[in-house]
Ligand binder design. Structure first.
Ligand SMILES: [Zn+2]
Length: 198
C-alpha cells in the first residue's frame, strides 16, 4: 500500500539532487497543474534556448549564455552569482522530479492565496494535505470550494507535476521575460507559470 500523505508533505518534495528548502528559489511549471512534460525534452529545450549550459550533467545545470537576458532582474544592482567560483549562493538550474499527481512545488513564508471565484483572501486555507493539488478548500467569503492547485497564489506558491527551479533567487528579485514564457509555451504546447519559494 502506498502511503500517499507521506509523499506530499512539504519536506518531501523530491529533487534529483535535494535543494535545501530554505534556499530562495524561482520555480517554473506548466500553468495546468495536471500537465506532465517529458523531462529529457525539457532539458534539451532549455539547452537549445541557452537558458542552461550544455553540460553532460543530468540533474543540475549552470546558467547558459541567455540566462540573464531571459529573466528580468528588479532593482538596480542585483547580486546574482552565476558560478560556484563567485560564492556558494550562486544560481543553478535543477529539474523537479516528475510526480504522478500535482503537489506544492514550494512557497514563500508569507503566502496568502485568493479565491478564484470571489477574488478575496481565503482564511483557513492550510487544511490537512493542502500540499496536494487536488485537496478542496472552501472559501470563507463566498462559500465556494476550489482545489488548492486552482487558488490564486500570486506567484508565492506553485502546484504541478514537473518543472524546474533556479536556486538563490529571492522572492520578486527576478521575473521571467515574456520571451522565456513564450518559448516554454511554444515548445511544450501549454502555458507556463512561475512562483517563488524559500
Ligand atoms: Zn470566494
Amino acid at each position: 500500500m502506498i502511503n500517499r500523505t507521506k509523499c506530499y508533505s512539504t519536506a518531501c518534495i523530491e529533487y534529483y539532487r535535494p535543494i535545501e528548502m530554505t534556499v530562495p528559489r524561482l520555480i517554473f511549471f506548466p500553468a495546468d497543474a495536471r500537465m506532465i512534460i517529458d523531462q529529457h525534452a525539457l532539458i534539451e529545450q532549455l539547452k537549445h534556448i541557452a537558458f542552461i549550459e550544455d553540460t553532460q550533467t543530468r540533474d543540475t545545470f549552470p546558467p547558459g549564455e541567455r540566462f540573464l537576458s531571459l529573466l528580468s532582474f528588479l532593482g538596480c544592482s542585483p547580486n546574482i552569482k552565476l558560478s560556484a567560483q563567485e560564492g556558494d549562493d550562486y544560481c543553478f538550474i535543477s529539474l523537479l522530479k516528475a510526480s504522478d499527481e500535482s503537489r506544492c512545488l514550494g512557497h514563500t513564508p508569507t503566502v496568502k492565496p485568493k479565491c478564484p471565484h470571489c477574488r478575496k483572501r481565503i482564511a483557513g486555507w492550510q487544511v490537512e494535505n493542502w500540499q496536494r493539488g487536488d485537496t478542496p478548500v472552501c472559501c470563507d467569503k463566498c462559500g465556494k470550494a476550489s482545489d488548492t492547485a486552482e487558488l490564486n497564489w500570486k506567484h508565492e506558491c506553485g502546484f504541478g507535476r514537473c518543472g524546474f527551479t533556479i536556486s538563490h533567487i529571492y522572492p520578486h528579485e527576478a521575473v521571467p521575460t515574456e520571451q522565456l514564457l513564450s518559448l516554454l509555451q511554444q515548445f511544450s504546447g501549454t502555458p507556463w507559470d512561475y512562483c517563488y519559494a524559500r
